[in-house]
Design a binder for this molecule. Structure first.
Ligand SMILES: Nc1ncnc2c1ncn2[C@@H]1O[C@H](COP(=O)(O)OP(=O)(O)OP(=O)(O)O)[C@@H](O)[C@H]1O
Ligand SMILES: NCC(=O)N[C@@H]1O[C@H](COP(=O)([O-])[O-])[C@@H](O)[C@H]1O
Ligand SMILES: [Mg+2]
Length: 398
């Protein structure tokens, strides 16, 4: 039986979030709504989730010793990874000591790098994916490109939101792609994955919830990515019954293998040759921010419910809807976000301004969420709302 007392009391239930961006901010808000004590951790001050948590810490989460020291000090009831770049071996050690890692320390380790999850999905589970190779040097990369043919996609094994990702269109591009990967990798190390380019009809995120009730799927979310990062998403994405069944069976296989409780964002490509598995996040997904406008219970609330051990019997889509992102262009800490009034004047539209303390080119700063009678109208309105939002950087100030 789940029960707990007030935050800060000896009876509190304490959730510690590793990574405190826009997704974690919503997780913390949902946890707070259930009376949970919350601790936000990230590598920089004033990260979005820190503003809504009871307390926060700034540490290098790839530093195993720093991570272990903090967790042993705080003794949280739940450790909730929000990003991939975490010293996951430290999480495994902490799990051994009795700490509870969401969904499991092994899932966090396997999804931390593209190799772990790709080998598990393709080689252990035999799920359909794009053909792939790994390379540790420019020479190995050239060899992989030759074997897979062009075009192919090259990504650092440790990166997210498209960082370090590029398309190799002709074999001569290999060197530029190698350098792009080196610059974009989020941790030291040079290993890359080379994937055959998939000409998909569309791509989706299938949010999959594992709770005490079993596995429940949210209606599929369609999305568009630019330079490897999401710019637009909508729900539901229409697909045939056969295709949906294929997608759900892939999602079920991967999430059952990873185990634990919580929400998983299973990324899939829809092609004329069938559904391909791409990757999975054992946590809420950026494209799933649309669920704040469309579902009876958002992906963030579902995650919190499932990890606290509560049932998730079903998920209801209340309305079709869409999301569109605002990305910064400049760089610096002196900036403003404007256009919120105009965006909010649009029908059935909400915005989330994340409150990140600094901008850099391409950084996601806000999202517009619109509901409408059909997804196409919702997409048009969400894009219009996002285009009204502007980030203005003050060049001459700090
Ligand atoms: N093999 C491929 N063929 C075609 N397009 C691809 C391929 N791999 C990736 N992409 C495109 O790039 C996007 C980002 O790729 P991927 O999800 O692997 O990167 P990521 O950095 O983990 O992104 P995120 O962290 O936002 O999920 C995909 O959603 C897809 O649009
Ligand atoms: N695709 C993964 C993703 O969207 N993750 C979200 O972005 C934040 C990092 O943003 P930042 O790079 O702007 O600090 C993460 O903390 C998470 O909320
Ligand atoms: Mg992805």
């Amino acid at each position: 039986m789940a029960m707990w007392g007030a935050p800060f009391s000896a009876q509190s239930r304490k959730l510690l979030l590793l990574g405190s961006g826009e997704l974690g901010k919503e997780v913390i808000i949902e946890a707070q709504r259930l009376g949970v004590e919350t601790v936000a951790v990230d590598s920089y001050e004033h990260a979005p989730a820190m503003g809504v948590a009871h307390r926060s810490y700034v540490i290098d989460m790839l530093d195993a010793e720093a991570l272990k020291a903090l967790i042993r000090l705080e003794k949280p009831d739940l450790i909730v990874p929000e990003i991939e770049a975490i010293a996951t071996h430290a999480l495994e050690e902490l799990e051994q000591e009795g700490f509870f890692v969401v969904p499991t320390a092994r899932a966090a380790r396997l999804t931390m790098d593209r190799e772990g999850i790709r080998r598990l999905a393709a080689e252990e589970l035999g799920l359909p994916t794009a053909a792939y190779r790994f390379a540790d040097s420019l020479d190995e990369l050239r060899q992989a490109v030759e074997e897979l043919g062009t075009p192919c996609v090259i990504k650092p094994i440790m990166s997210s939101s498209g960082k370090g990702q590029s398309i190799c269109r002709v074999p001569e591009d290999a060197e530029v792609c190698w350098n792009t990967a080196l610059e974009g990798a989020r941790a030291k190390g040079t290993r890359v994955i080379v994937e055959a380019f998939v000409s998909f009809r569309s791509e989706i995120t299938l949010l999959t919830v594992r709770s005490v009730s079993g596995t429940v799927f949210c209606p599929p979310i369609g999305h568009i990515q630019k330079d490897g990062d999401y710019v637009e998403s909508w729900q539901p994405h229409f697909m045939s019954a056969g295709e949906l069944e294929e997608a759900q069976s892939i999602a079920k296989a991967v999430t059952d293998q990873l185990g634990g409780r919580g929400i998983f964002g299973v990324e899939l490509f829809l092609t004329d040759q069938g559904v391909l598995f791409s990757e999975v996040s054992p946590r809420p997904h950026d494209t799933g921010m649309v669920t704040m406008a469309t579902q009876d219970v958002s992906q963030f609330a579902l995650h919190v419910r499932a990890i606290l051990g509560f049932p998730v019997e079903s998920v209801q889509l209340l309305t079709p809807g869409a999301s569109a992102t605002l990305k910064a262009e400049g760089e610096g800490q002196a900036f403003t976000v404007s256009g919120m009034g105009e965006a909010l004047a649009l029908p059935r539209t909400q915005i989330r301004v994340f409150g990140k303390p600094a901008v850099r080119p391409g950084r996601r700063m806000a999202v517009a969420l619109s509901a409408a009678e059909d997804v196409e109208i919702a997409r048009t309105i969400a894009k219009q709302a996002a285009s009204m939002l502007k980030v203005e950087v003050y060049e001459n100030e700090q």
